[in-house]
Ligand binder design. Sequence first.
Ligand SMILES: [Zn+2]
Length: 478
Amino acid sequence: MAYLALYRAWRPQRFKEVVGQEKTVTALRNAIKEGRLTHAYLFSGPRGTGKTSIAKIIAKAVNCENIGEGEPCNVCSSCIDINNGNFMDVIEIDAASNRGIDEIRDLREKVRVLPAQGKKKVYIIDEVHMLTTEAFNALLKTLEEPPDSVIFILATTESQKIPDTIRSRCQSYNFRRLTGPEILERLQQVATSDNIELDKEAGQLIARRANGGLRDALSTLDQIYSYKGKTIKKEDVLDVLGLVDELFLARLLEKILGQDTAGIIEMLSTALGEGKEAQQLARETALYLRDLLLYMVMGDETEFLVVTAAAKPLLEEQKSKIDRNQLLQALRLMMDTADKLRISEGNRFILEVAFLQMAQIFSSETPVVQPTRQEARTTRVQAGSKRKPDAREVLWNHLLAGVKEKKIPTHALLSQGKLLGARDDVLYIGYKKGYRFHKERMEEKDNRELVEAVARDILKRNVEIEFVFLDDEQYNDI
Ligand SMILES: [Zn+2]
């Protein structure tokens, strides 16, 4: 099924079609009505919030042949040419693509030439923070003495990178992220007119994931439509975006809070088996924890990213069981884990161990307080004091406990070693040079198989164990 290119089709053509940004729209429209437009504007704000759309509307309004109430007519030849990108006096420069060196040089040469086709030349420079210093300097020279017939509209997602010398010569407008309901309303409007049956929960889910950007929301709708067709339900959104159902996440957190190690590993295994990506799982878990944290702090005022009505009772219940500091710590852990998984994609161990580690965080009776950097520098962590459990340590402790239950002598041999890490389906356990005896005993079939069986119990799949000497350096950073 083909894409509908909803974003392009639904790009606002006049001020009254812009979603959100009411103050900016009113101010600009009044300035046009009263002929008070200035020479340079700086639009800053997140992606997909309407910066270049509004820039285009201004370009049309100043060149339109039948402007009315500050709105372009969209039917005169100027408006039509601008809409089609064929108008010589509206020049769009994307600073992100080649950092603008040639374009700005060209701009300096041509900026004083009168408009060829319309009344005003409009330069729209997108992602202007990407310009090189040279290009910025050239632009600054032009902004210092702007010709009457030129309007500059600079757009950026990172306004802090714009030099003050440039900023002070522009009138600035901040574009805000759109709210969930604003995006949802537009999604439903688009769906209705394109004969797409968009379930309300599906729409909410898309709106939440767009993080305030309408463009992203519309491309997501487009993407889901191209896979699933004209009827879109919540499951379709979850499926196409590879998202994890929030009820699944709520149940997973139940297992974590209940210290149900086997249950945790089993649920992860199910999700991975259904084709979810490890990184996505970590990300979704982080978002769920974030929702929970916001809910604890703000109650019903919260705009959820993940949780829909169905999972709210669970959230309410979990709220009362959880310590806020532990939750923060778990959230940080999951965000770090998602980062790690982006680099070493598909490493299941990283995911599994992170979840075991999270269970450990929630198991401590008093919240674990991490030392600040200052404290960490000046004081040693005292023996026996609580600290954040290390990921390997968590898995190692589970392994040791499992082996101890089955065979004390093997446990005695194993406990002199150290879990170095994992690669593919192999766990590496290291011994110091003086422990050759221990290492060799552990390499014997019975002992090795016992540890492998315990590891299989914990991780719910086959793993191999390899014993190495600790100063075999290549194993030290697995
Ligand atoms: Zn017009």
